[in-house]
Design a protein. Structure first.
Length: 168
């Protein structure tokens, strides 16, 4: 998904991995099950009401703490993108591997987006536009190679495509 058009689900502070999906579910890997548990203890309506193309907007650190794949599996299953102030190395790699479109953005972007706003994000160019306010921001985008992996649907699908192109 290079372009995302949807509702902003805004969070004003940090979101730890365990807040995204409780540690009770660390032995579950079924995406249909995990998608039901995304943010269930913080904001359960996200898993219930989010639509493909919607975006989690995190004004703090996203998925900090335990580095586990569950939040990213659930986000992919729901078709969610991400705008966040920060993403440490482990979650950064997990987002790429699972094909989660994301941008790391500054305070100017975060302050201009309200919960529930309809926003358009072109992850390939880094352009973020609000349908409600008309605001337009330019964020730093991923490198073309990393964006290629995300666009392929993640690391496994990217690898399969590379093998197919080489006749493997």
């Amino acid at each position: 998904m290079t372009v995302s058009q949807g509702r902003a689900w805004k969070f004003d502070g940090d979101l730890s991995s365990d807040e995204l999906i409780s540690a009770r579910h660390v032995f579950e890997f079924d995406e249909k099950m995990l998608r039901k548990h995304l943010l269930e203890e913080v904001r359960p309506e996200v898993a219930r009401d989010a639509q493909p193309g919607d975006l989690l907007v995190c004004a703090g650190a996203f998925a900090h703490g335990s580095n586990h794949s569950h939040p990213f599996i659930a986000m992919k299953a729901l078709g969610l993108g991400l705008l966040t102030r920060s993403l440490s190395r482990g979650p950064f790699r997990l987002a790429i591997f699972f094909g989660i479109p994301f941008l790391i953005v500054g305070d100017d972007v975060l302050q201009s987006i309200a919960d529930g706003d309809r926003i358009d994000v072109d992850f390939a160019t880094g352009v973020i536009t609000s349908e409600a306010t008309g605001m337009r921001h330019q964020a730093e985008r991923l490198s073309p190679f990393l964006q290629e992996i995300v666009d392929a649907g993640g690391g496994l699908e990217h690898g399969r495509r590379q093998l197919a192109q080489r006749g493997g």
